[in-house]
Design a protein. Structure first.
Length: 325
């Protein structure tokens, strides 16, 4: 059974009985004529999107057309019963033409006969409208239920997505607020080594050969680390070679996964440092702006909500061990 999508539109079909009856129409409250009838129109590409099978699509469409056709014929008969001479009504297409009905001739007893004739026509029309509505009701109820289910499913999916976004943001904020990050460089032009101080042992991405070492007095949060690395990138004459300890990136991904948040380290980093970072050979790297273009280049903004990016950094190369931390 093949499922397709169709568009459903609940249309209020107006029964203009006063206009059709013209000057020969006399309202009869006992006829209980509705002003309008609700019909679900099946419109591919428009209306409320609804899943259905091809057989359901055809059955729904034919039922609506049959109801509208029966109402059209009943309104035409209503016109003739009031003394009309020419009319064509097509409620399915919304088209129709008619000649107006003028004032009845004032022969003796004309008003009584006009009232009686209009009342009979209204009762006949009310009966035909009820029959058309009752015949259409099973299909109408079926579509109404399907529409309600589809709306409820979409609302539930939206709420679940919003809850997942809130949870992901909470996990991101919690992990980004921990003071566990340090970075160091052996000197100008040398790689910048980044690690987490809460992991035991020495990091795998490090360089112990440099004597000129700058080190933060205390561990940084991830956003503070992003500020510091971007400051280095803005002062550098060439792209900064940032080497992330692979254990730190893997641990960050694992901590998010333990909280049921599936993020690569680059996605995690983009979420707190903003999108002005690219996948580098050893982890996220700031986009390099040549010195001559920095006055007009926009400064990176941190704390964004982006979760884009590709690739993970739980594997990769090893570069010795961190020394002196």
């Amino acid at each position: 059974m093949t499922t397709k999508w169709t568009g459903v539109w609940l249309e209020d079909v107006r029964l203009d009985v006063a206009g059709i009856g013209g000057m020969a129409f006399r309202p009869d409250p006992s006829a209980e004529l509705p002003e309008r009838v609700e019909v679900y129109r099946i419109l591919d590409g428009r209306g409320e999107p609804l899943p259905c099978t091809s057989a359901e699509h055809e059955r729904w469409e034919l039922a609506a057309l049959a109801c509208l056709d029966r109402l059209s014929r009943a309104l035409e008969d209503f016109y003739w019963a009031h003394g009309g001479t020419r009319i064509e009504i097509d409620l399915a297409s919304g088209r129709g033409t008619r000649w107006g009905i003028g004032r009845p001739r004032r022969w003796p007893g004309w008003e009584r006969r006009t009232v009686e004739r209009s009342a009979r026509a209204q009762h006949v029309l009310a009966l035909e409208v009820r029959r058309a509505v009752e015949e259409y009701r099973p299909v109408s109820a079926e579509i109404a239920l399907r529409v309600a289910e589809a709306l409820a499913a979409r609302r539930a999916a939206m709420e679940a997505e919003q809850e997942a976004t809130r949870h992901r943001r909470a996990v991101l904020d919690e992990s980004a607020g921990r003071r566990v990050w340090r970075h160091r460089s052996a000197g100008p032009g040398e790689p910048v080594l980044v690690r987490r101080v809460d992991l035991p042992g020495l990091g795998a991405a490090a360089d112990t050969s440099g004597d000129s070492v700058t080190e933060d007095q205390e561990p940084l949060t991830a956003r503070e680390l992003a500020d510091a690395l971007n400051a280095l990138a803005r002062r550098a004459e060439s792209p900064v070679d940032i080497r992330w300890d692979e254990r730190a990136t893997a641990a960050t991904e694992a901590e998010c996964l333990a909280r049921e948040v599936h993020l690569t380290f680059l996605e995690w980093w983009h979420g707190l440092a903003g999108p002005a970072w690219r996948p580098g050979p050893h982890g996220p790297a700031p986009v390099f702006v040549p010195p001559g273009q920095r006055s007009s280049a926009p400064r990176p903004s941190f704390g964004g909500t982006g979760m884009g990016g590709t690739g993970g950094f739980s594997g990769g190369h090893s570069y010795g061990g961190f020394g002196g931390y």
